[in-house]
Design a protein around this ligand. Structure first.
Ligand code: GLC
Length: 540
């Protein structure tokens, strides 16, 4: 099926607003700072911008604890600054996607302040309040994603409330129709202002087991080690109850009632591909793009990566559009996970697979993790569970080689340290260097647009390739006149020769720029160490 909606052929770019551009010089990024860098995003060629939360917040979880969904935190600006950013993005043909945090508010949100006041508050049942067990312990064994019990005791009203994340992030009760109505009003507020869609935070958490049953222990906690304390249980009951689908059908109907193909992108972690794919909806009437994190969590070798790609292609419901992610503000940086040489291979993969790619700011520079000393830890998860900190992937964007890298005023202190190597890993240094990660990323984004095979063609993984290589062909679905494109990835640091077919091809893009434009023999295609090529197949 040919893509027809803008977000199907778009490249999405995620901005973490604290770290992109700081216009007021307080060391923390802001909306005006993002606006000032729209030139760059236009130059890079991305189509849509997703901005992590900038709403009023005590910033316990850096904006994922919202105290007012319909206002901008003064740290980031105000609604007028948002409107300026949106208008200017639109004038440049860039779409803007905002974060929607439905599962929990801040404990400082007026709703929770009211809810907490007394058991008879009209907002009491907007949140999940329960009596203790007879022995005084929490109502069940659920644990917070950030570690420890998911229940906090309120001494005043002598009940526990549920918080799937920090105690300062109480969970809303979406089974209460008033909550749903209030949250849908929030969506309308931003839709009316003109946003092009939402990224839905921890989307599957909004529906839990109504009986709040205990989760069973996880027999294989080591498989979920990256989740820390949370890996102790199998999370059967604390999220992803089947009622979640009804909520997203209604959510989708609301989006569809607006003109302009507003998009929903859901943060959905699920190891089972079929469960994940279920969030598209039985009739493709739920979330447009359930974020696909399976590459992000894959081991970085050709066999594993190919398995993920093939399994996702197979799991997609008919007519569903795929999407791919290699980094975000919650995971270690791509270049640190797979190494800088493979980061280029990964970027090529991200931008040539069938489906919508999301690029995390800075990954286009191959930015590594920042080195965070214990006294520099800011992330609440890192403070609660040492080692789980996400600060290393949230360091400020380095724009140039000046002392504060053009991120903030030279005499300010950026809120987090820069990642190492910013003499070379900055926009100014890489912009005009054809061999840089940035230049390659930019060319790949353009290539997707120019070649219908890449933008919309079908995907076919090639069989019988040598160990450590992953090769696939993208061919346009139209009348067959557009040439097919081969993507050949060497995921090892040794040379490989891959036999594709008798014939030749022209290199459209390469991790090592000197090969671009050359003609190659596809009967025995030579790939250098850590090299990846996009080749237009002749006579295909
Ligand atoms: C999501 C966000 C993460 C946040 C959490 C709680 O996973 O990406 O940054 O801490 O939700 O809102």
């Amino acid at each position: 099926m040919r893509p027809t909606r803008w977000w199907e052929t778009a490249a999405v770019y995620q901005v973490y607003p604290r770290s992109f551009g700081d216009a007021d010089g307080d060391g923390v990024g802001d909306l005006e700072g993002i606006r000032q860098h729209l030139d760059y995003l236009e130059w890079l060629g991305v189509d849509a911008l997703w901005i992590s939360p900038f709403y009023r917040s005590p910033m316990k979880d850096f904006g994922y604890d919202v105290a007012d969904y319909t206002d901008v935190d003064p740290l980031f600006g105000d609604l007028a600054a948002f409107d300026r950013l949106l208008a200017e993005a639109h004038a440049r043909g860039l779409r803007l996607i905002v974060d929607f945090v439905p599962n929990h508010t801040s404990d400082q949100h007026a709703w929770f302040v009211d809810s907490r006041r007394s058991r008879t508050s009209s907002k009491r049942d907007w949140y999940v309040w329960r009596d203790p067990k007879a022995d005084g312990s929490p109502p069940n064994n659920w644990i917070s994603v950030f570690g420890g019990s998911a229940w906090a005791w309120d001494e005043e009203t002598r009940q526990f409330y549920l918080h799937s994340f920090l105690a300062e992030q109480p969970d809303l009760d979406w089974r209460n129709p008033q909550v749903k109505a209030a949250m849908f009003a929030v969506l309308r507020f931003w839709l009316d202002r003109g946003v092009d869609g939402f990224r839905i935070d921890v989307a599957q958490f909004v529906a839990k087991d109504p009986a709040l049953r205990d989760n069973p222990p996880n027999p294989h906690p080591e498989r979920m080690r990256h989740m820390g304390d949370w890996s102790r249980q199998l999370h059967l009951y604390d999220h992803g109850h089947p009622d979640v689908h009804g909520i997203y059908r209604e959510f989708r109907a609301l989006l569809d009632s607006y003109p302009g193909d507003r998009v929903s992108i859901g943060e959905l972690h699920h190891e089972q591909f079929e469960v994940w794919a279920g969030y598209y909806g039985r009739n493709l009437d739920e979330i447009h793009l359930p974020f696909n994190f399976h590459l992000l969590f894959s081991d970085w070798d050709a066999t594993s990566v190919r398995c993920v790609v093939d399994a996702i292609e197979a799991a997609l419901p008919a007519g569903a559009w795929p999407n791919w992610v290699l980094g975000n503000h919650d995971q270690p940086r791509l270049a640190s996970r797979v190494g800088e040489a493979q980061a280029r291979v990964a970027m090529m993969l991200l931008l040539t697979l069938r489906g919508t790619p999301t690029i995390y700011y800075g990954d286009e520079l191959a930015l590594p993790n920042a080195e965070i000393r214990p006294y520099q830890v800011r992330d609440p998860w890192g403070l609660v569970e040492p080692g789980q900190g996400r600060d290393r992937a949230r360091s400020p964007m380095p724009w140039d080689g000046t002392p504060n890298a053009g991120f903030t005023a030279p005499d300010s202190e950026p809120w987090l340290p820069f990642a190492p190597g910013r003499e070379t890993h900055n926009v100014a240094a890489q912009r005009d260097d054809l061999g840089s990660m940035l230049a390659m990323t930019r060319r790949l984004i353009r290539l997707r647009r120019e070649h219908s095979a890449l933008a919309e063609g079908v995907h076919r993984s090639l069989e019988g390739m040598p160990d450590g290589t992953f090769c696939f062909v993208r061919s346009a679905t139209g009348d067959g006149s557009a040439p097919a494109v081969l993507v050949a990835l060497n995921m090892t640091s040794e040379p490989r020769q891959v036999p594709i077919n008798r014939g030749s091809g022209r290199v459209l893009e390469a991790t090592h720029a000197h090969r671009i434009g050359s003609t190659v023999d596809t009967a025995a295609l030579e790939l250098g160490p850590d090299e990846a090529l996009v080749v237009e197949l002749e006579g295909s």
